[in-house]
Design a protein around this ligand. Structure first.
Ligand code: HQG
Length: 182
């Protein structure tokens, strides 16, 4: 089979379904969905023909479950991480008492001042376990894991969502709810 790797397909899916649908000549609906047939046509146009079976396998094997099909299988969307405006229709949910955020030391002075901000995404992304947060941080360098007092945030009226792939999302984390490693 011709040379484009699953990883490259997955990156392009992320780019089109989270950030730049227009780059693929597709449109997402308000909840982030696009018809699978429209997506496959976009791949064909970009001279990377992609068969539905391969798409299904890439979605199923995605290490972070980045994408989901609609219940009837006709549409697909990214589970989280969008920079384009979409309403994923998350129900707010009660988080575990502590959540974790992986970052790097260079970001700490600013995080101490401003707390965690969503940057280019819609939400701050938090993990239920330290190991996952460490992996997230290590994308940028030597990871530093911050502990978030989610129970106190809930008491203070902050709202949390849990994405389909188990990432905890919230609008921002003021620094008073963060515990920094020594
Ligand atoms: C940092 C990947 C300075 C924050 C991962 C992070 C995750 C601040 C960066 C998911 C700050 C934002 C999300 C502040 C936050 N000052 N820096 N006030 N507040 N930061 O990529 O959490 O591959 O948008 O610490 O695995 O790193 O996309 O967020 O370093 O699950 O599926 O600003 O993205 O998954 O970076 O990662 P990101 P993230 P995918």
């Amino acid at each position: 089979m011709g040379g484009v790797s699953d990883k490259k397909i997955s990156k392009r899916l992320s780019y089109w379904l989270r950030h730049a649908p227009e780059a693929g000549g597709i449109e997402l609906d308000e909840a982030g969905w696009v018809d699978v047939s429209v997506l496959l046509e976009a791949f064909a146009r970009s001279s990377t023909p992609l068969e539905r079976a391969r798409l299904e396998r890439i979605v199923a094997e995605s290490d972070k479950q980045r994408f989901a099909f609609s219940a009837d299988g006709t549409r697909i969307r990214a589970n989280q991480g969008h920079s384009v405006s979409v309403d994923l229709g998350h129900e707010s949910a009660e988080p575990p008492a502590e959540l974790f955020h992986g970052t790097v030391s260079g970001a700490l002075p600013s995080i101490r001042q401003q707390g965690l901000l969503p940057q280019s995404r819609h939400h701050v992304h938090l993990s239920a376990d330290r190991a996952t947060a460490k992996n997230v941080g290590s994308r940028r360098g030597r990871p530093v894991v911050l502990t978030v007092d989610a129970a106190a945030m809930v008491k203070a009226g902050h709202v949390f969502y849990c994405s389909a792939n188990g990432v905890w999302l919230t609008d921002a984390v003021p620094s008073g709810f963060l515990r920094f490693p020594e």
